[in-house]
Design a protein around this ligand. Sequence first.
Ligand SMILES: [Zn+2]
Length: 386
Amino acid sequence: MQGFSGDQHFSICLRCLGRAYATIGHGLSNVERGRIHLTESLPILSEKGIAIVEEDQCSICRSVFRRMDDFVNLALNESSGYEFSTFLAGSTFPQDVSDEETLLQGFFGNIGESIKKEFNREVGKAISDRTGKAVDKISPDMTFHFDLEYYQVKLEIRSLYIYGTYIKNRRGIPQTRWIHQDNNGVSVEQIIGDVVMKHSLCTNYFLHGSGREDVDVRMQGNGREFVLEAQNPRKRSIDLMTIRDEINMTGDIAVDSLSFTSRETVVKIKGANHDKSYRVIITGDNPLDPQKFAQAVSRLSGKDIYQRTPLRVSSRRSDLIRRRNIREMVLEQISGNTAVCVVNAEAGTYIKELIHGDEGRTNPSLSGEYGSPLKVQSLDVIWIYR
Ligand SMILES: [Zn+2]
């Protein structure tokens, strides 16, 4: 490989000379700049022993700008089968090329641009000319990473992000795959993700939920927000109405309001804290006293409660005492050993613990106020206030 350093002689082309002047003369190509600045550069060129040669003999660019068609072909071969409408090109050059260029541009006052920058721009133009697709510097569907040392291209495919809300009609379905493996492979994530995978031909998917309900809790009312991330999709223009209908055919969950979104929505919905309403079916060991029970409910309605981190989640959450407001608690029905209440509570309230008291870790609790043990038979989220 031809290199230069110290007293060694080296050779550059007009384009690489012009690139050393890239920040002056708008609207010119670097080849034109090289031509314009050649005369004034001659003293430095001769002092440093730099010869001006054709691009194919240039020790910096080594003719890469004359091989644009090859790079476009490489990119299009590699990306065939992937649907994309916007793209971006990036590149890495061998270290000695960058070093030589830095040295050269130093001779001319460091007012140039890097070969990488020119290459990215030129190969971007060439891909755009060939395909009609647009360069997008912020959020491209496809990024081509050209490796100029090995003449390879690597693809980076932007994930598809699909926003929606889900309702879970059946108990026993975890939200995501990995936490409950013994579930015959059924989770909200898989029910949604498998349908999206079928249509987008993605390689993997993740469900990002705005919080999660327990496995045994149904999610009803206006549903829970989520973003389904589909990685490395081959198809991007997929029909969300069809996808919604296919997901909803399973009956176990129902999705709605599907729309394409971006990574930012994941952060937004995961950070959201919303008050929620629940319907809870409560049982006692003995027939419940309707009057006493109603009084216990009304004493909690509108009150602050203190919840030490429940034992059942203590491996995942730090051991703290949290104050939570019970916005409203209403007794809907009571008969025999069973009562039905609707609870509207501040974000982050542990509802099961509010009822049974968690052996004194939640205080006050409905059990405590009622004066004998109460159990949660079933729990549904019935509204998320957002
Ligand atoms: Zn050159």
